[in-house]
Write a protein that binds this ligand. Sequence first.
Ligand SMILES: C[S@@+](CC[C@H](N)C(=O)[O-])C[C@H]1O[C@@H](n2cnc3c(N)ncnc32)[C@H](O)[C@@H]1O
Length: 351
Amino acid sequence: MTEPDNASVRLLGRDRTPFLPGRLFVDGEWITRAGDLEAWQAAARSDEAVTTQMAGAVPSSSASMPTVVKAMLDACDVHPGHRVLEIGAGTGYTAALLADRVGPTGSVVTVEVDPDVAESARRNLDATGVPNVDVVCADGFDGRPSSGPYDRVHVTCAIRHMPSAWLEQCLDGKIVMPWGPAFSTERVVSLRVRDGEAVGRFGEVASFMVMRSQRSRAWDEWPDGGETKPVSLGPDWARLDGPLGGFGEFVIGLLLPGVTHRTSGDDPAVGERVLSLERDGRYASVGFGAGVETNAAGDEALVQEYADAVRWWYDHGRPESSGFGLTVRPNGARARQCVWFGSPAGPSWEH
Ligand SMILES: C[S@@+](CC[C@H](N)C(=O)[O-])C[C@H]1O[C@@H](n2cnc3c(N)ncnc32)[C@H](O)[C@@H]1O
């Protein structure tokens, strides 16, 4: 009889099952190993992220999707003897994979902000006999200066603002993180650190839970947008695929530093849709759709800036996210983040 497929073993050479708690949140409900062993094992062996902790309705800790874990580890390029700093211990599974790669001459420090999660990572690493991993309960924004410098920084929570601390603790090496603008979910970026700056291009899509102190404001505080007026967004607006169709949210987010958004849906068959935009307490909304006159409410400059970003993207041949990259330099607690197009010397946007 053939063994059932286990994505973590196949892709990463180590089973994630022993790192998972007896209760997993899958497809909107908790399943337990004791109550439904088959469903629990199917989730544990799948190539999907599994949520291991919820804070109310929001997932607050998980074991990431094995395919994404592999993409990040490949980008991290860890070698025997390396000293690695991980941010976001979670279950301890990726710390174990890092320990496998650094071997007995290397070391792994993993920093987890949640005390319960840190404790379970410690237990899991002990129970599976993984050596050379130090689990520290602290805010990963500060890194872990006392154990540095590091050859690699591997980050498993989504970052909107990279701290300077990671650059100061990894002087010549690599920082791999899921990074996203305020507007959208993330992409993996692998930054080469040298001469006080970190530079790299955006890679795979990777949707992670955002670093706890960097979550954006709840949208239920959305104010009344005020009067809705027809708006002209330039002669070629109608020719665009529509403000939400056919483009990568990530790329538009790169062109709109600090802007967050939500939409009323993405089904083009449904008459009017509304795109809501926010930056620094300024709000705007754009209503659009097939056969509907485009209208806007709220901050006109924000609407125009959004339209300019969409047009810029079209005028440059609708580049994919891999056409863009990030340069990070130390600058107080939060590093200075500069997104560029083409090359580090190309057009750029400060985030
Ligand atoms: C996707 S999970 C980590 C997955 C983990 N590497 C694994 O193998 O299971 C993200 C983790 O980042 C942690 N986290 C969030 N903000 C953090 C912060 N400021 N410092 C350290 N850890 C943080 C969360 O508590 C959560 O456990």
